[in-house]
Design a protein around this ligand. Structure first.
Ligand code: ZN
Length: 506
């Protein structure tokens, strides 16, 4: 019987859109080779140029990571399923927290939390643990919304919110902390107001600042549990490393289109030293390196079903409450995958990497590093996503390889007809497009260069939604001998905001 290889959403575009491919093979390595031979674009994403499996890709046979089996030599038999698990972009002490002061529940609180208090396993003690607890939410967006609202409703004593973005119309489809009147307001402030309406007993501390290597340890150190609701890789690695260094639990969630991941990363915890919990893997044990810039699109580029963060963020809230109360078994060393289209959950085993650069016995990273440089991408992919922050959108032409929308408009008005290449996806093209442009989506570009033959010397102006993917497309074109390639800074959103205000943005 052939082996079923399950292809995750983020990589399906490289496998003719298939979610399952059946392959006859006797080992994992053979199956992946066959897969790569069938889908060359997928192969480029799975393997480095020198033929090694990329670090941001994990392969599971059943629920076991092949790194804990015989890696590529792992044998396959009849009914095996292979799963490709890439990192996706879109966090006390168990049961015995240091009790420095006793807290009492007021009559109001007893009434408010009565459905907790009457659960025998939870009771007044459980509720007091929540009241004494502090939780830091990184991000008040899609994941932060259900998380912040449920944690506040549950009676967490102090809730920290790190977010320096402002509410945009495109957030309202999923970010329930914010309403239509909040558009343009700082998310941290909007979240604080929503939480105050929900439960005035919760103290909310806001940090309207980007989380950076300079401030992360200082902000995180005052909280019992850190919940990672970020949407970008530099902040994820920063939060992970800071949590490892502070020995704090990092409740992880990520989302993309219809799929989510949830886990608890908790390395070197006191609970592990005491033998109450297994020593936990960290995010780097799972994904030692981020994907190359642009390979895995963000939610702003790839989209996300609005309800999905509701499910994933709610599961993060449950894990947080379990850690704070000591109830149940936290998801340490387990990775939960949720596929909304199939309505399926799968659980995979995580193992601490004995060679992990940050959480092993001999770490090489002992202080926070430059995470934007490590990931090769900025930590804020909202940039330019806000209609109310056109200043962020300012599209100054900074290099001869760039062209601003103003420059492009002036040239079109002067009667020029430059060749304009749109590298967005077809469904984005359906939403809005510039007249007279040619569409070749970025993932297909390497295989469709022949369609541009004869244009090696011609000027090619490349645009996408906001300028990120088009910059990658320019790079691909230059590497393939196209000599006069320019990136339209700010993409079609800049055009809509600064040139043609009747155009929709998305
Ligand atoms: Zn680790």
């Amino acid at each position: 019987m052939p082996t079923k290889v399950l292809i995750p959403t983020a990589l399906r575009q490289y496998a003719d859109g298939k979610d399952v491919v059946e392959i006859a093979a006797s080992t994992v390595g053979e199956a992946l080779q066959t897969l790569g031979a069938t889908y060359p674009a997928l192969k480029k994403n799975l393997y480095t140029d020198d033929g090694k499996l990329r670090h941001f890709i994990n392969i599971y046979k059943g629920d076991e990571d092949i790194r804990s089996l015989q890696y590529l030599d792992t044998a396959l038999s009849g009914n095996d399923e292979l799963m490709i698990v890439p990192s996706i972009a879109g966090g006390a002490s168990i049961g015995e927290m240091d009790i420095t002061e006793d807290v009492a529940l007021s009559n109001d609180e007893i009434k408010r939390y009565s459905r907790h208090l009457i659960i025998p396993e939870f009771g007044v003690e459980g509720q007091k643990k929540l009241k004494r607890a502090s939780v830091l939410m990184i991000g008040a967006g899609g994941l932060g919304s259900p998380l912040g609202m449920y944690l506040a409703a549950a009676g967490i004593g102090r809730l920290g919110i790190v977010d320096f973005d402002v509410v945009d119309y495109s957030n309202l489809q999923r970010q329930l902390l914010h309403g239509t009147p909040d558009v343009g307001k700082a998310k941290a402030l909007s979240a604080k107001e929503t939480i105050a309406r929900l439960n005035p007993h919760v103290e909310v501390v806001t940090y309207e600042t980007p989380l950076t290597s300079a401030n992360a340890l200082d902000i995180l150190k005052d909280y019992d549990v850190i919940v990672d609701g970020t949407d970008n890789f530099p902040t994820r690695y920063l939060v992970n490393d800071a949590c490892v260094m502070l020995k704090k639990p990092n409740v992880y969630g990520s989302i993309f289109r219809f799929e989510g991941q949830v886990s608890v990363f908790w390395a070197n915890s006191r609970e592990a030293t005491d033998g109450r919990l297994p020593d936990g893997a960290c995010y780097r044990c799972l994904y030692p390196e981020p994907p190359p810039p642009g390979l895995v699109p963000s939610c702003a580029e790839g989209g996300v079903l609005g309800v999905l963060p509701g499910v994933v963020g709610t599961m993060q809230a449950i894990e947080t409450i379990k850690i704070l109360t000591g109830l149940g078994e936290p998801m340490v060393n387990r990775l939960l995958l949720f596929d909304a289209l199939k309505m399926k959950f799968r659980e995979l085993k995580l193992r601490k990497n004995p060679e992990c650069v940050v959480c092993s016995d001999h770490p090489s990273i002992t202080a926070l590093i430059d995470y934007e440089a490590f990931c090769g991408m900025p930590s804020n992919d909202h940039q330019g996503n806000s209609e109310l922050n056109p200043s962020r959108e300012k599209t100054m032409s900074t290099s001869p390889n760039d062209i601003t929308v103003q420059e492009l408009k002036a040239r079109l008005d002067a009667g020029e007809t430059p060749f304009i290449l749109d590298v967005r996806n077809p469904n984005e093209w359906e939403i809005v497009r510039l007249q007279g442009t040619t569409l070749i989506p970025l993932p297909e570009l390497p295989n469709r260069l022949a369609e541009l033959s004869g244009k090696q010397e011609t000027e090619i102006l490349v645009h996408c939604k906001m300028g990120g993917r088009s910059a990658q497309a320019c790079e691909i074109l230059r590497q393939n001998g196209f000599k006069n390639v320019k990136n339209v800074v700010g993409g079609i959103n800049a055009w809509a905001l600064e040139i043609d205000k009747t155009m929709p943005t998305y």
